[in-house]
Design a protein around this ligand. Sequence first.
Ligand code: NAP
Length: 278
Amino acid sequence: MILMDGKKLQEEMINELSEEVKSLNGKPKLVIIQVGNNEASNKYINQKIRVGSNIGIEVEHIKYEETVTEDEILNKIDSLNNDKEVSGIIVQLPLPKHLDSYTIVNRVAASKDVDGLTSVNLGNLFGKKNCFVPCTALGVVEMLHRYNINIEGKHAVIVGRSQLVGKPLIACLLNENATVTVTHSKTVDLKEYTSKADILIVAIGQANFIKEDMVKDNAVVVDVGINVIDNKLTGDVDFNSLTDKVYAMTPVPNGVGRMTVISLMKNVIKAYNEQNID
Ligand code: NAP
């Protein structure tokens, strides 16, 4: 089995992107807006700050108390949208319930939306136009390319249809000429679909959910899930039961999560370049 190693690819891409940043006239800057003190969010933000600094990207972390009003955040986003020093802005999700994620995320200017989650960027992704591709979907496709996994003509089955992961993956895989099936919690007889996948991508948030009998021989399996079991990170795929069956698979940790972070940095550099065309 080929282990699709996100840690190794991230290191490779940190080197590539830091060379690219050195060749620029200025320094790309990412601003991360966080509300509250979600433990998982704190970890993800620390990773983004670390990888950004390894590449030479400035990362500013703005952290609000849980009690912040929607207007305060919207005003902040407006001022960052107008700040020429800021290349990219992300709002770390999830937000507390009293805040409307859709309104807040969509306030980010499309040209600085390096998470690719505004309606403008998602629309352009589905229209196959220039856009910021959401980072996890971008990272999954990059990983498949770098491991020379052919996507065109393959049957890709996505488990999970979230706005953040599943839906952007539909567009990305269609744009790569896969035949795409998307499944979710209301799918009847899930195994019927997963067992027909050449490329199976799982993003549901249920530890070890995908078992050996749900996967076709020699499939490529991409595990997006991140679950904490007994203080250890575990994916949505029962990794050990599949190692002798599949052609290639991602581990958790050090799989897709690593690709998500590096793809964000790729988007920040893209934003910088598009804002600084002479
Ligand atoms: P989400 O918004 O909770 O969506 C979960 C999706 O999975 C929903 O579409 C849901 O279906 C579906 N689902 C849940 N249980 C299912 C089941 N038993 N069978 C089939 N479908 C099922 O989650 P998300 O934001 O997409 O995240 C999914 C997982 O990926 C989480 O573990 C998250 O931590 C992880 N994640 C990882 C990265 C990374 O970089 N590696 C990035 C983002 C998220 P319905 O729509 O019908 O409810």
